[in-house]
Design a protein around this ligand. Structure first.
Ligand code: ZN
Length: 506
């Protein structure tokens, strides 16, 4: 146990920088880790956010309450200052009472002379895909199976004008499956639009009737064709009927409510740097979530982590030399809109950014950090992560990851560190009705608080920033070397990068 006197000594050492610590280079790190692991309001904060506020879609009252929750929690954790910064999302969107019924015709006693054809109907459990357009009620529309929606399968299906397309999917088991699910959807949507289909019904990638919400539109704009996710069991039933030459029709109503531009807010709590206050480290996680569940794994637990990291730094009494900005982003689920707005609004000061740490993969064990294509950072980050080997944090990935809030900072050339985590129970509950407080592994989450706390302080206290801000050409070279150009093109980001609409300016 440390005495107050030793703590003071540690503070002095840290003002001078980590490397100045004489006897035991790991003493400071272990002290910080121990403080971060102490009991804290982490659980209570997350319980309020998930059970009381609930699912948090930008544009809703719940999202506004979540912003207030974030501001209060940062204040209670001891932030030097707390504020919100607003940005615009092109459209508001909320689901109405989506309703789908399937009807099939079959022969009663087909072997007996005089057997009759009868109709049977069953309710299909379905939810609208997010930011998809509404569909006024339609009745008795033929359903066509287009397999997994490839070009060849569309051709085989023939004329699908005005029909509802059933798209097969595979059950989600790995991170690669998840990236594939996102990558597969846009071309299927394009084919369906070209073929003049009425709507798309994606089979859920989760079993046991679990429904979840996705968006296939990239930047908060309304998509071009009505789409639902149907329970896997219902989708398979329809597919079997169609395969057995039964006709299947659907009644479908998707009364989504869609409006014009809305404002949402990022929440920022700050610890001011003692020596270089204009230089800053960001520790971030998104606060928004989908609304079928309560957004506990994605990403409430990590929003609570960010707040707890601020509390832990205060409790450690170690003074950061640079400022640390703890940021809860909004609009992540609609296309990284909050972090994109933040990176763009703060572009002029990003030369002063000393690193961006992001957590966005539930509470599965952290195995390492992804450094966004920056092989120049590998040896320094390995040194910084050494005290975290006790938690199994060892790997440094140099791929240019996409899909969370570091992305626009990476495109601005700022060093980014995304926690790489084991899948644990993240994928089965991903964006689903089952993403609730009870799924969070708190002992593991506390370790992540310690990791984020230590890494943030280390980045804030290095003599020199861990790495420079890259130029446009250097970032593009990293994109080519890490074979990320195809990913950028597939996600519609390449053109924006080339035209200078997004990322570091030439
Ligand atoms: Zn997320």
């Amino acid at each position: 146990m440390r005495t107050a006197k030793t703590l003071f000594f540690v503070c002095i050492l840290n003002i001078l920088g980590f490397s100045a610590s004489p006897a035991d280079p790991n003493a400071d790190a272990n002290h910080i880790i121990q403080v971060a692991l102490q009991p804290s309001p982490l659980e209570a904060n997350l319980r309020r956010l998930t059970d009381e506020v609930g699912g948090r879609v930008p544009g809703t009252l719940a999202m506004q309450h979540a912003v207030q929750w974030g501001m209060q929690a940062f204040t209670a954790a001891g932030a030097d200052s707390v504020h919100a910064e607003s940005f615009e999302i092109p459209n508001s969107w909320s689901e109405g009472a989506t309703d789908m019924t399937a009807t099939t015709a079959y022969e009663v006693s087909p072997t007996r002379v005089g057997g009759a054809t009868v109709l049977s109907s069953f309710r299909v459990r379905a939810v609208s895909v997010a930011w998809a357009p509404a569909l006024a009620p339609v009745r008795h529309v033929p359903v066509v199976d287009v397999g997994e929606g490839s070009d060849a399968e569309f051709q085989k299906a023939g004329d699908v004008t005005g029909k509802i397309l059933l798209v097969h999917t595979t059950v989600l088991k790995t991170w690669a499956d998840l990236f594939a699910e996102y990558a597969n959807a846009p071309p299927i949507v394009d084919r369906a639009i070209k073929a003049k289909a009425k709507a798309i019904a994606f089979m859920a990638t989760r079993e046991h009737d679990i429904l979840y919400r996705h968006t296939n539109s990239g930047a908060g704009e309304i998509d071009k064709i009505p789409m639902v996710v149907v329970a896997r069991e219902d989708g398979e039933r329809i597919a079997r009927l169609l395969a057995d030459k039964n006709l299947v029709w659907a009644d479908l109503s998707i009364p989504n409510q869609i409006g014009g531009p809305i404002k949402s807010s990022n929440v920022i709590g700050e610890l001011r740097g003692a020596e270089k206050p204009d230089e800053f480290v960001i520790v971030g996680a998104h606060l928004d979530s989908w609304d079928l569940g309560t957004g506990a794994l994605d990403n409430g637990c990590n929003a609570a982590l960010v707040i707890d990291a601020l509390r832990a730094i205060k409790a450690s009494e170690v003074l950061p030399r640079r400022t640390i900005r703890f940021i809860l982003f909004s609009g992540e689920e609609q296309g990284l809109l909050g972090s994109r707005a933040y990176a763009s609004h703060h572009r002029a000061e990003l030369d002063k950014a000393a690193g961006v740490i992001i957590y966005d993969s539930g509470s599965g064990k952290t195995t390492g950090f992804s450094v966004g294509g920056r092989s120049d950072l590998v040896s320094s980050i390995k040194q910084l992560l050494a005290p975290l080997a006790q938690f199994g944090v060892n790997d440094v990935e140099t791929n240019m990851e996409w899909g969370t809030d570091h992305f626009d900072f990476m495109l601005e050339g700022v060093p980014t560190f995304v926690a790489e985590q084991e899948e644990a129970n993240y994928l089965e509950n991903y964006h689903a009705v089952s993403d609730t407080y009870d799924k969070v592994d708190f002992p593991q989450l506390k370790k992540h608080v310690a990791e984020a706390t230590l890494l943030a302080l280390e980045l804030a206290n290095l003599d020199q920033k861990i790495g420079p801000r890259l130029t446009h050409d250097q970032i593009e070279q990293n994109m080519r070397e890490s074979k990320s150009v195809e990913m950028m093109k597939a996600n519609g980001i390449w053109d924006d990068w080339v035209s200078g609409k997004r990322g570091r300016q030439k």
